[in-house]
Design a protein around this ligand. Sequence first.
Ligand code: GLU
Length: 264
Amino acid sequence: MELSKKRIVVKVGTSTITNENGGIDIKNIDHLCRAIAGVENMGYDVVLVSSGAIAVGANKMRLAQKPKELRLKQAAAAVGQCELMHLYDKLFSEYGRMVGQILLNSDDVEIPERKENLKNTFDALLENHIIPIVNENDSVSHVEIESDKKLFSDNDMLSAIVAIFCGASKLIILSDIDGLYDANPTTNPDAKLISRVENIDDDLRKLAEGSGSNRGTGGMITKLDAAELATSRGIDVLITQGHRPENLYDIIDKKKIGTLFVGK
Ligand code: GLU
């Protein structure tokens, strides 16, 4: 499939849209929506893959901690997904943009008839400049939130699959780390950011082990898996800090931000 230079997928993790207390980081979500709307106004079509349903739901349900039991996680996802969409709809409306929700399970991207429907829906939304907001349908699936054989693993893999589906030329993964470092930056002050990766090999995977967020479910490894899949289809993947959503403008301007995994 031909890639569209104008189509971009942005993925945000739970750590970007919630704060240390588990509350919604309204300021950051606002900045994110504003930056995405700004990028859209420059002529791009953006798909937003957003995690955070479970954390936001648990907070709204006033649970003392993030739930461990599957049924409670799924209940929290049901509550949190509504809350998230309410916020996204409200904030994007303020910046003159329309949104649509797409919740997916692994079957939806594997069964040919569903794949076809999904692709058509993405195309119709994007052709009408509506921002699709995507998450796994956690309330009816446990693949994402529990299983060892995660297909979408913390939405990183989901974002790569969505980028392929939409024919996007760029996938931007916003996380709580500036990118991939040559050592663990939390324990090693001399760690240096790797700005460009042409090949994802075993040495790189070793570097990625152990890093990541405690509010989301994934780490750098799941991001490398997503980057490997997307770059193999020619898509450039960028991993950068989610607490500076304004970075999106610099990424569009091709400034050196985060870690770029070059599409093959
Ligand atoms: N789909 C999950 C959610 O929206 C992902 C959880 C995560 O890893 O951040 O809550």
